[in-house]
Structures are given as structure tokens and as C-alpha cells.
Design a protein around this ligand. Structure first.
Ligand code: ADP
Ligand code: ASP
Ligand code: MG
Length: 408
């Protein structure tokens, strides 16, 4: 007998029929003698609808109130799921995040989980209940409702698995595992049986939304056995996120291609080339709560240089506003911005032992006439910023170049 946390994403609970199917699946696991905690998302499209309502009232809704409304989507699915389980003859009880005391910090709309009280859940499990806990939400120390950022139910599930020392955390979604790239873009993408935490962290942080990055961080930190599976298939082992690198002789060099459509680039032209310039530009950007991704400072000439960086597209106009003020202070010539970029990345632990991956990647892009605007590398990834109109082409070409469409 094991303790298993099962998370069901928006499409998996997207209709009452699907909710009934989830209850049937849970009943099968329960019949095998396992203890089950279920963590659903809101029905697909519901969180967007709720945020949309808020935006009809205010262009920039108060974050505390936004959390109050955004968290209600999951409150609907926990109750429906518990009822569907009762119909299957199961004992089941639903709780919102604040009710089971998912304690978070107070950063509304992207709060971090600090602790979870396991008392009530343990007692319910001991009494034979399936415990259904709303994903995506918690409350801060003052009882204010918080949410964990988009896709945050993954993190709720893993955090619950960590708090209760569950044997496994299963993420049920609309694909049957983690693929070499998003199968919606490249139909030839292949499902991976395993992927290392390191690679999954990079893939998630570089845009693969199959798992929220914080759920992967949590799972790595607390050694949670994490698996991604399909909620529409009864068979299949999905993808296991592993700690150990696969000990295969022929380790693939690249495991996956990730992409992010939300990139925007800003360039400060003609900056006086002197110490402290990066700080003078990026200090005010950080103060405005804008996350910076890639940064490039060109080699100076004539005593001036150009300085470029990327931000999330939603922060583009805010960042332009900040730079306008900074421009006068540092005596820069011009600010230019472009919010029609995207980032494409190749990820793989095998890169460590194989030089030449970068040049292979750049050649493949050049052969398609795709201009690279920015590059950044780490030990296990190479990312390029390109024009968004080439996104799908670049992903397909790189997927092929690194042989990801063929059996490993
Ligand atoms: P859920 O609502 O279940 O949380 P998400 O939409 O958040 O589901 O995540 C699943 C989706 O992630 C898939 O439908 C797929 O399009 C996308 N995705 C992106 N990259 C990958 C990848 N490498 N492997 C599998 N799915 C991916
Ligand atoms: N319902 C939330 C969202 O749409 C959380 C989740 O689905 O994981 O972002
Ligand atoms: Mg998701």
C-alpha cells in the first residue's frame, strides 16, 4: 500500500464527464489499497475567464482581490470531484488550500509555499477518505488568499507529496508524458521514458509548460518521485523525472527543445562605456519588479557601447518607460525595443561531454536563413533569441538536427 498524490490538470477536469472519469480512475487506485490525495486544477479556460472578468473591471486589478477571484476555479472542481467520488462509492472530502493550511508568503499572484499542515489530511486518510485539495492556492500568515502563479497546481501537488512524504506524485495531463519538444508544434516529438531533474528544470524554465518550474524545484529538493502521465489513457508509465542520469551507454546529447514566445528585447544605444553602467540600467528595472532574462553588452567603440536585455512581453512597455527615465540620467543616445521575439533552447546533460553542439545549432539555423539576435549558454543548454515568425521552423529544424525524431 502506498500514499499517492494525483494531480489532474484543467483539461482532465474540463467537463462533468471528465470529472466522473477522474473519480473512476481514483476508485481503481483506491481498490488496490492505496491512500490517495487528489489535487485538481480549475476546469480548462476557467482561470482565464475569472482573470478576464477582473480585467473588465480594472486594467490592473488589485493583486489581493485578483487572488480571491482566481482561486475560486479550483473550489468548484474539488467539490464536483468529491461528489463524483461519492457516486463511485468512495469516502471523499474536499478542502480549499487555506482550509488545509497551505501557508504561503504574501506575494499575491505568485506566492511561494512555506509549509503545509498535514494533521487534518492524515486523519481523513486514516478514516478511509480520498482527500481532495484545491491546487494553485494557499493563504498567508494573515489569512489572505494567495495563488501560486499560472500552472501552480503542479506545485501544490508536489508540495503536498513532500509534506506527507508520499511514495509518488502523479501529474495527469492531456499528453502521456514529457516529450522531446511540445508535440503540438512537432508531431514527430517522442515521449521520454525518463528525464533528469536538471533537464526538466531547464526545460520548464525555458518555456515547456508541461510542469510548472517550482514543482520541479520542490520535487528535486524534497526527493519526491514525480511522474507525468495521461489522464485520457489507462495504460502507460508516462515519464519519470529521475535524479540519476540515465546510465545508458549512448546518452543522447540533446534531450529536448524548449521555446518561449513571451520574450521582448530592449536595447540602450550609445551608452557611455564606463564602470557602473549595467547597474544604472538594470537597477531601476529590478526596482520596478521586472525580471530580466538574457543580457548582452557589446564591445565598446568611440567610448560608447550598446546594451541589450530581454524581459517578459507583459513587462515590455513598463520596461520601456523605465528606460526612458534612465536614458537622460546616463546620457544614452537612443532606446529601441522589439517585442516580436522568441527564445528557442536545446537542453541536454550530454552537452557537458560533447563540444560542438552550439556550432551544430547555429549552422542548422543559418541554413534556414534564421538570424540569431542573442545567445546564452549554460553547461546543459544553449538558448537563442530569434524573430517570432521563425519559432516553429526553428523548433522543427533543431528537433531534427539533434536526431530527436528517431528512436534513441
Ligand atoms: P494541465 O492543464 O494538465 O496542467 P498544461 O497545458 O499545463 O496541462 O501542460 C500540458 C501541455 O504542455 C501539453 O498539452 C503540451 O502542449 C505542452 N508541452 C510543452 N512542452 C512539452 C513537452 N516537452 N512535453 C509534453 N508537453 C509539452
Ligand atoms: N488553474 C490555474 C491556472 O490556470 C492553476 C493550474 O491550472 O495549475 O493557471
Ligand atoms: Mg499545467
Amino acid at each position: 500500500m502506498a500514499l499517492i498524490v494525483q494531480k489532474f490538470g484543467g483539461t482532465s477536469v474540463g467537463s462533468t464527464d471528465r470529472i466522473k472519469n477522474v473519480a473512476k480512475r481514483v476508485a481503481r487506485w483506491k481498490a488496490q489499497g492505496h491512500d490517495i490525495i487528489v489535487v485538481p486544477s480549475a476546469m480548462s479556460g476557467e482561470t482565464n475567464r475569472l482573470i478576464g472578468l477582473a480585467k473588465e473591471i480594472s486594467a490592473s486589478p488589485n493583486p489581493r482581490e485578483l487572488d480571491v477571484i482566481a482561486s475560486t476555479g479550483e473550489q468548484v472542481t474539488i467539490a464536483l470531484l468529491a461528489m463524483a467520488m461519492h457516486e463511485e462509492g468512495l469516502k471523499a472530502k474536499s478542502y480549499t488550500g487555506p482550509q488545509v493550511r497551505v501557508l504561503t508568503d504574501s506575494t499575491h499572484t505568485k506566492a511561494r509555499i512555506l509549509s503545509i499542515d498535514d494533521q487534518r489530511i492524515r486523519q481523513d486518510l486514516a478514516e478511509g477518505n480520498v482527500v481532495v485539495v484545491a491546487g494553485f492556492q494557499g493563504a498567508d500568515e494573515h489569512g489572505n488568499i494567495t495563488t501560486l502563479g499560472r500552472g501552480g497546481s503542479d506545485t501544490s501537488a508536489v508540495a503536498l507529496a513532500a509534506a506527507l512524504k508520499a511514495d509518488e506524485c502523479q501529474i495527469y495531463t492531456d499528453v502521456d508524458g514529457v516529450y522531446t519538444t511540445d508535440p503540438r508544434i512537432v508531431p514527430e516529438a517522442r515521449k521520454l521514458d525518463t528525464i533528469t531533474f536538471e533537464e526538466m528544470l531547464e526545460m520548464a524554465s525555458l518555456g515547456s509548460k508541461v510542469l510548472q518550474i517550482r514543482s520541479v524545484e520542490f520535487a528535486g529538493k524534497y526527493k519526491v518521485k514525480l511522474r507525468v502521465l495521461s489522464s485520457f489513457q489507462d495504460e502507460g508509465e508516462g515519464t519519470l523525472i529521475t535524479v540519476e542520469e540515465d546510465k545508458q551507454m549512448e546518452q543522447p546529447i540533446i534531450s529536448g527543445i524548449a521555446f518561449n514566445r513571451d520574450e521582448a528585447k530592449l536595447t540602450v544605444l550609445g551608452v557611455p562605456d564606463r564602470p557602473g553602467i549595467a547597474y544604472q540600467i538594470l537597477g531601476p528595472i529590478a526596482e520596478a519588479n521586472i525580471d530580466v532574462d538574457m543580457i548582452i553588452q557589446n564591445v565598446g567603440h568611440d567610448g560608447t557601447t550598446d546594451f541589450s536585455f530581454t524581459v517578459n512581453r507583459s513587462d515590455f512597455s513598463k520596461a520601456l518607460g523605465v528606460l526612458d527615465t534612465v536614458k537622460a540620467q546616463i546620457g544614452a543616445r537612443e532606446i529601441v525595443g522589439d517585442n516580436k521575439n522568441c527564445k528557442v533552447s536545446a537542453v541536454g546533460v550530454g552537452m557537458r561531454s560533447h563540444p560542438g553542439v552550439a556550432s551544430q545549432m547555429f549552422r542548422a539555423l543559418a541554413e534556414e536563413g534564421i538570424n540569431i539576435q542573442m545567445i546564452s549558454t549554460s553547461e546543459i543548454k544553449i538558448s537563442v533569441v530569434i524573430d517570432e515568425k521563425y519559432l516553429e521552423l526553428a523548433v522543427r529544424v533543431l528537433h531534427k538536427t539533434f536526431g530527436l525524431d528517431k528512436e534513441a
